[in-house]
Design a protein around this ligand. Structure first.
Ligand SMILES: Cc1cc2nc3c(=O)[nH]c(=O)nc-3n(C[C@H](O)[C@H](O)[C@H](O)COP(=O)(O)O)c2cc1C
Length: 443
């Protein structure tokens, strides 16, 4: 395989006290980070100093689950609305991209088109929309429904939602606003385009009440790994936020998406695939391992059992069982592949209940020195398993400081990462073309 000469794309995942589920309890983390703008500002400025492509904020429009006893042991019950946070961060940064998550299931396209176009203007071309279809079913209860919208329907709606949003982003030619004081003409009506969308889910006339934004279209990020998720991503995404922690599976996902993109007539290099990864960094491997174990030890069993129940299903009652004993006998092949995978893991590695939930909670850690982390990044990148990473920092603010001081220079030394931003917009950083306006092209 020929050696790649392009460079890694890196996202910095913003998560209150840190990405690790028990981060807020650790002495290195700030427990009350979620409502502290200074905290986010410091992280954003550090990420920009480290030349990260973008900041990334996930979102749920509900509490992150309704098992309050378990939730009360995490820092996940409060988080800022992503676009509001990103608008504030736009004012204290100048180059880094701002990726905010918004669901297509419980929003309207006009709102989303308008908000992201506004963020793109406010940030001078750094906005990105992470299009999701909602993972937490409790959201339904906040939007007049008893049940979550079905998976297939969510994706159908998402496809049409996306098309409407992009259509609205083309409401104006780039030079539509002439603002000519002498003639008295503020905009040129010939350069205004009415979408007139009539579809299955939406009826949207348009036009948008925001001028075409600096990037033309804010960058489109997509996260979803099912068949319809991949099909949508291959058609519309500029960036895919992926989840695979296994190198072989990640390579297969990468090849699959790039081939699907080509089948849509797209240049496969114009989609950047970024899996999430959690680095635990130490001066030595032993130190890094000890740090990881410190965080794992802070996971309360009530929370650990809930994480397990969320994967295995509530029908397996673990309450009366010894945490250091095996899982009760559970039939496989009945409730989906993720559950079976976890049951299989417990069986083949002979894991106790506690070991199993710790494994789930630990996520996808890469544990080692800065050199080790850079080696892993390089192997995945050169092996065409990804185009970069969405970095989950286990705790804030310290973990991003360590990354920027130790890993970033190592990646730069290897020629794998930029030393300076390529331009001023997120599209410049990602090497993505600015889309033409469909209406101006057509006329
Ligand atoms: C890496 C990743 C990140 C996601 N982030 C969010 C999120 O922040 N908010 C949300 O509501 N859904 C999120 N989702 C959920 C997806 O949008 C989708 O609803 C869910 O994964 C089911 O789709 P799938 O079967 O295609 O994976 C995420 C999914 C993935 C794979």
């Amino acid at each position: 395989m020929t050696r790649r000469t392009d460079q890694l794309k890196l996202g910095a995942f913003l998560a209150n006290s840190g990405h690790h589920v028990a981060a807020w309890r650790h002495p290195l983390a700030q427990a009350d980070a979620s409502q502290d703008f200074e905290h986010f500002k410091r992280i954003a400025q550090t990420a920009e100093r480290g030349k990260f492509d973008a900041l990334f904020v996930a979102d749920v429009v509900a509490l992150w689950g309704h098992h309050h006893d378990a939730l009360s042991r995490t820092a996940r019950a409060e988080h800022f609305e992503p676009l509001t946070l990103m608008a504030a961060l736009a004012a204290v940064t100048s180059r880094i991209g701002l990726i905010a998550t918004a669901t297509t299931t419980y929003n309207e396209p006009y709102h989303i088109a308008r908000k992201f176009a506004s963020l793109d203007h406010l940030s001078k071309g750094r906005a990105a929309w992470n299009l999701v279809t909602s993972v937490v079913s409790d959201e339904a209860w906040n939007f007049g429904r008893q049940d979550h919208v079905d998976h297939g329907d969510r994706y159908q709606r998402a496809g049409e939602f996306h098309d409407v949003v992009r259509g609205l982003w083309d409401s104006w030619d780039d030079d539509a606003f002439v603002r000519d004081k002498a003639s008295g003409q503020y905009f040129d009506a010939a350069k205004l385009h009415v979408l007139n969308h009539q579809g299955t889910h939406f009826s949207v006339r348009g036009p948008l009440n925001v001028a075409r934004s600096p990037q033309g279209h804010p960058v489109l990020v997509q996260a979803g790994a099912s068949e319809p998720g991949k099909a949508l991503a291959a058609r519309v995404a500029d960036v895919i936020f992926a989840v695979d922690s296994d190198l072989t599976r990640a390579k297969a996902f990468y090849a699959d998406i790039k081939a699907r993109a080509a089948a849509f007539g797209r240049d496969p290099d114009s989609i950047k695939i970024l899996p999430g990864i959690t680095p635990f960094i130490g001066e030595t491997r032993e130190q890094a391992q000890a740090l990881f174990e410190e965080f794992q030890a802070l996971i309360d069993p009530v929370l650990g059992l809930r994480l397990l129940a969320d994967t295995l299903g509530d029908d397996i009652d673990l309450a009366g069982h010894d945490l250091d004993g095996p899982l009760p006998e559970t039939p496989v092949g009945q409730r989906g592949s993720r559950r079976d995978k976890v049951l299989e893991l417990a069986r083949t590695e002979n894991l106790s209940i506690r070991q199993l939930y710790l494994r789930l909670a630990g996520g996808n850690p890469v544990i080692g020195t800065a050199q080790d982390i850079a080696d892993t990044f390089e192997a995945w990148f050169q092996g065409r398993a990804c185009d970069g990473f969405n970095v989950f920092f286990p705790y804030f603010p310290g973990a991003i400081d360590v990354f920027v001081e130790q890993v970033t220079p190592e990646l730069q030394r290897r020629g794998l990462f930029r030393k300076e931003y390529e331009g001023t917009t997120l599209r410049d950083s990602l090497g993505l073309a600015r889309p033409a306006n469909r209406f101006s092209v057509a006329s």
